[in-house]
Design a binder for this molecule. Structure first.
Ligand code: NAD
Length: 467
């Protein structure tokens, strides 16, 4: 496959190239084009010129284009999914689900509207609220969900009338570049530009005076840099950052019923989900039983190349993350007891078996930091107020969950957990119409839902005297 950047409607070579690896084999998939700063300038100029026209199109026309992009994703689902599995590592069935899900996100935004709101229409005045586009959006994306996270940003930005520069992560640029090829002819030149980089363009995007807003998903550390850099030009920012979601499992659960759901909430995408369950607090009365069941599920999980049928968990996405997670396993070994997994196989590929750690407490790094991988600490608790305090004792506040067969009790706990989202008897359930965002160092602002769409607009008030 020949990958190109998308700049001003044209598929072009980069000024450089970089190897993109298959994390299951460590083989080079391709030499991917990388954009220079001059190409970023070119893309921003094109996006600004396109914005002048695109912002004046009707919302019906923009909706139509979102539908066409979703159709293109559906029609090329197999091809996109294979690219995604090869570059990201996830099992093919999950990659197909991600492409299908991304197309659904486009269709959801296609259904939204941005009507003029009449705040007052009295004898003395008429006050209207308009939601206008911002200009050129810089969308920066991480490597765990290259397509879904692109679909958090692109359809909302376009529907609102903005143009956009998309920058995928350096280790997973191929699915985004291929999508660029598929949609290049759907949109007017310059409305969407897609630039790959070798981790050297993000800062230039966030500082670029021609870009009005940054929509960033990634780590908290990089998010802080984005905020600092965007300040120089007073850009709008939406930051979706790291998390350390706690799952609180109460004494009255049916362990057989919840264990597989908790396993999926923690190990989906190999734990490489911002809203994966990253620490489980289990009541002492069900602790041993839950640990045993999670260990059984971990032992039974099939880890392998995502292209092989039957694979449940692929490799970690990149070497840096692989090393990081191995380090967290050692922290678990030193401060707790590993009851499943823990032994990293020799050989090619960034494979780590799902690992369960028990008898560990909040002071360990595995519990207090974001591991972002398939190693799950299970911590014992006895008192509900105490466990809420411990769950809240984190710099993060992205998601979380409460598990109980008594919904009133669970609801009471849910209200007291400090996070942008808290689920009851499920975890990591993102839906396009439900607003999503973190508190504390997990982020600023909202994506998805009508509220997420509004973040790609600027409010304008028209206030007319009548008398
Ligand atoms: P990362 O912060 O290292 O990289 C994210 C993106 O930022 C990449 O495209 C990278 O090239 C770019 N980047 C690097 N330096 C930059 C700079 N100075 N300015 C602007 N952009 C720059 O994150 P990652 O390791 O790719 O992703 C994992 C992290 O993302 C985890 O912490 C995870 O929790 C978080 N995440 C959050 C969400 C969410 O919605 N809250 C979703 C997925 C992942």
């Amino acid at each position: 496959m020949d990958y190109k950047l998308l700049i001003n409607g044209a598929l072009v070579d980069g000024h450089g190239t970089m190897p993109v690896l298959n994390p299951a084999t460590e083989e080079v998939l391709t030499q991917c084009p990388t954009a220079s700063e001059a190409q970023l300038d070119e893309a921003v100029d094109a996006a600004q010129a396109a914005f002048a026209l695109w912002k004046n199109t009707s919302i019906e026309e923009r909706r139509q284009k979102l539908g066409e992009i979703a159709d293109a994703m559906d029609a090329n689902q197999d091809e996109l999914a294979r690219i995604l599995t090869e570059e990201q590592g996830k099992p093919l069935a999950d990659a197909v689900g991600e492409i299908a899900g991304a197309a659904l996100f486009f269709r959801y935004f296609q259904s939204l509207d941005l009507p003029v709101e009449i705040l007052e229409d009295s004898d003395t005045q008429r006050v209207e609220i308009h939601r206008n586009p911002l200009g050129v959006i810089g969308a920066i994306i991480p490597w765990n969900f290259p397509m879904i996270l692109l679909a958090f940003k692109l359809p909302a930005a376009l529907l609102a009338g903005n143009s956009i520069i998309i920058k995928p992560a350096p280790t997973t640029p191929l699915s985004a570049l291929h999508l660029g090829r598929l949609i290049a002819n759907i949109l007017p030149a310059g409305v969407v530009n897609i630039l790959a980089d070798n981790n050297d363009l993000g800062g230039k995007i966030t500082a670029h005076p021609g870009i009005s807003k940054i929509s960033f998903t990634g780590s908290t550390g990089t998010g802080a840099k984005v905020m600092e850099s965007a300040a120089s030009t007073l850009k709008r920012i939406t930051l979706e950052l790291g998390g350390n979601d706690a799952g609180i499992v109460m004494e009255d659960v049916n362990v057989d019923d919840v264990a597989p759901k908790i396993f999926d909430g923690a190990f989906g995408n190999n734990g490489q989900i911002c809203i994966a369950m990253k620490r489980v607090y289990a009541h002492e009365s069900i602790y041993d039983d839950l640990v045993a069941q999670l260990a059984k599920l971990a032992d039974a999980a099939i880890v392998g190349n995502g292209l092989e049928q039957g694979t449940q968990l692929g490799p970690l996405q990149n070497k840096m993350q692989f090393e990081k997670v191995k380090d967290y396993i050692e922290d678990g070994r030193a401060n707790g007891t590993i009851v499943a997994g823990g032994d990293v196989p020799e050989g090619k590929g960034y494979f780590i078996p799902p690992t369960i750690v028990r008898d560990i407490d909040d002071s360990s790094r595995l519990v207090s930091e974001e591991q972002f991988g398939p190693v799950l600490p299970i911590i014992k608790y006895s008192d509900v107020d105490d466990v809420i305090e411990r769950a809240n004792n984190s710099e993060y506040g992205l998601g979380g969950s409460v598990w109980s067969s008594d919904l009133d009790k669970a609801y009471d706990v849910a209200k007291k957990v400090d996070s942008g989202t808290i689920w009851v008897n499920k975890h990591a359930d993102l839906q396009p119409h439900v607003p999503f965002g973190g508190i504390k160092t997990s982020g600023i602002g909202t994506e998805l839902g009508a509220e997420g769409l509004h973040e790609f607009t600027q409010r304008k008030v028209i206030n007319i005297a009548k008398a």
